[in-house]
Write a protein that binds this ligand. Sequence first.
Ligand code: PSU
Ligand code: MN
Length: 305
Amino acid sequence: MTAFPFTVGHEVASALADGRPVVALESTIITHGLPAPQNLEMARAVEAVVRARGATPATIALIHGVPTVGLGEWELEALAADRSAGKASSRDIATMIVRGESAGTTVSATMLLAERAGIKVFATGGVGGVHRGAEQTFDVSADLTELGRTPTAVVCAGVKAILDIPKTLEVLETQRVPVIAFGVDEFPAFYTRGSGQKAGQRLDTPEQIARAVALHRATGAGTGLLIANPIPAEDALDAAAIEATIASAVREAERLGVAGKALTPFLLQRINELTAGESLKANIALVKNNANLAARIAVALAALG
Ligand code: PSU
Ligand code: MN
């Protein structure tokens, strides 16, 4: 049988061997989610937030065909500068290894690689979900499928309203994925603290969430957990304004016929352009906020043994 080749960075490997807390970080946000040079600044800042909380960051990507868990400083820099890097979801990993490609890993691919390395907690900005108009296009992110079969806890700021949030929550329920809101009742909508939709459950401390993560794994359900952490109030954007921007980006994508794996990067880039940096600032703030919570959960989980 063919072994699955992947590399774990030294610092991450030694933290895992000692049972110390580790937080996985995705990289499609670096290659496709944010423009340069803010993408590299964000990636470094997020790693620093994880370290400040006493956990080890493990940014995950494909580097010249090698799935890498815990990028080194120069690897991070090269990936952020590589505007031809691909976008790897779970299904792309094998082919990209064969082709020797470099790629940012989406939430689905990052979960899969984190789990293989033994990392239980993962921080991102927003996960993929059911796209608006999915009843016509069938565009549902593989992130939701992966959440239905890989037990990683994913800390996010909810999902962007580029998606259909109620349908996304329905699919998460179907997939048996607990949706836990941290300190609030409502499921957050990325740039704003509320979506008008109730989250599945609410927990108020990182320690409670860590216990829920451990117990959910112990059930053997095999599914991931979605931990929804609202953007800090001082960084949140105006709901009506951002909704108008998103709606116009979605219409533009329809007009241009953008579909498949190109759709999410197209929408993210258009929103960044249309808000002239305002959404970018919010995006960076919420990723840091998620890394902070993920590190606190990872620390609490390590203390449970
Ligand atoms: N949503 C965001 N920012 C992102 C992404 C989603 O607000 O950067 C990225 C994540 O890497 C996610 C991927 O896993 O887009 C989903 O892509 P798709 O919709 O093609 O499955
Ligand atoms: Mn899609």
